[in-house]
Design a protein around this ligand. Structure first.
Ligand SMILES: [Zn+2]
Length: 202
């Protein structure tokens, strides 16, 4: 696997900051203690970065959302996650049931290629829409593959499901793909293609 350091990425034209993108608000949870680990994993060098391809798709998703719902924005929880941070997450969950939610760093998280983003939607008053489960809620309630069952069981409301569908429509319309286990996670291209052709950021 090809690798590139986070320090090299900062000045590499293939990687761009998403900090100033229209329609995007950053709420980088791993750059604060507000995450399932309970501590800041990024420190001062919080990388609000994506591969250029993913950043362009994200900008299109935000534009679409703003046209559908004026004033609404995408709220980004995590974007490029260097391999070094992925290893910290993996060490915490590898012997727990939560391991299904965290990619083994030996294979590389799609986040570490700058091609995945974790996000939600916020309304024109800056309030996050109710998705029925929070970011990094490692339960079946967070799983798109369980949504219909959760709805039937009364654990997810029709309004919560509609909010998730709004996010998916915005992201899929811009070329992202969701995954079956996390409503907040989207990838900018096919996983296997990314792992074969792109560089992993260490
Ligand atoms: Zn993710």
């Amino acid at each position: 696997m090809n690798a590139i350091s986070l320090e090299q990425v900062a000045s590499h034209p293939e990687y761009v900051s998403i900090a100033g993108l229209a329609g995007i608000r950053l709420d980088l949870r791993y750059a604060s203690a507000d995450n399932f680990v309970g501590r800041d994993l990024y420190g001062a060098a919080a990388p609000a970065l994506l591969h250029r391809q993913a950043a362009e798709q994200l900008a299109r998703a935000a534009q679409w959302l703003g046209r559908q719902r004026p004033g609404y924005r995408l709220r980004v929880f995590d974007a490029l996650r260097p391999g070094r941070v992925q290893r910290v997450l993996w060490d915490i969950v590898k012997d727990t049931p939560q391991r299904i939610y965290v990619a083994d760093p030996a294979r590389g998280s799609i986040h570490s290629f700058g091609m995945a983003v974790d996000l939600s939607v916020e309304d024109d008053a800056g309030r996050e829409l109710d998705m029925g489960a929070g970011f990094d809620d490692f339960t079946e309630l967070a799983q798109p593959q369980r949504e219909e069952a959760m709805l039937a069981a009364g654990r997810l409301s029709a309004a919560q499901l509609a909010n998730r569908r709004l996010l998916r429509e915005a992201m899929e319309g811009a070329g992202f793909r969701g995954i079956p286990t996390e409503w907040w996670h989207f990838e900018a291209a096919d996983k296997a293609w990314i792992r074969e052709t792109m560089r992993l950021v260490e």
